[in-house]
Ligand binder design. Structure first.
Ligand SMILES: [Zn+2]
Length: 181
């Protein structure tokens, strides 16, 4: 795994769980029924669970065997190239998210071809992410960078730019055999 940061105690994970998102009372860090440390609201009983944040990443090649990448406009890793990707929304399945992200970030219509793998990674914002990689087929649309991308274009496999996330390098390696920078 890439540059995993050490989590010294479970309490560290809940350092920003100050107030109950349900009733606004001060949260307490204490043991639940399974003896695991959680942020629990003493007033209403709401429990805040900290989990790896689920995300999708899309690997798509064009007819020249070039890979679709987007240049990130926002943090994390603003300015770096990456596979089209995003956090999974509560009202969409992973596959629906992948199709939506590809359209939003690149303007292209895609269809799921197959699941590549998952990757347990590091996020400078959320600490832990769980990325789900999908191989997608380009079905149409017009290549155009979306609102949260600075640029979107195809790169030949032998001249890939440095990729923003270890998860994306992992998916590229599995699908193409290429060790990207
Ligand atoms: Zn509460």
């Amino acid at each position: 795994m890439d540059f995993m940061i050490e989590v010294k105690t479970v309490k560290d994970l809940y350092h920003n769980a100050n107030y109950c998102q349900s009733c606004g009372s001060r949260m307490e860090i204490k043991h639940d029924r399974e003896d695991k440390l959680r942020a629990i609201c003493p007033a209403c009983g709401f429990i805040l669970y900290k989990n790896p944040i689920p995300a999708v990443a899309i690997l798509a090649l064009n007819e020249n065997n070039e890979i679709l990448l987007v240049k990130r406009l926002y943090e994390p890793r603003a300015g770096m190239w990456a596979l089209p990707s995003g956090y999974i929304e509560i009202d969409k399945s992973p596959q629906e998210n992948a199709i939506a992200e590809m359209k939003e970030e690149t303007g292209l219509d895609g269809a799921i071809d197959h699941f590549i793998d998952w990757y347990y990674g590091y996020s400078p914002i959320y600490l832990r992410t769980l990325s789900i990689g999908f191989r997608m087929i380009i079905k149409g649309g017009k290549l155009e960078a979306g609102d949260d991308a600075e640029d979107a274009r195809f790169f030949p496999l032998n001249s890939l730019p440095p990729l923003a996330f270890a998860a994306h390098k992992h998916f590229v390696k599995l699908e193409t055999g290429i060790d990207s920078p």
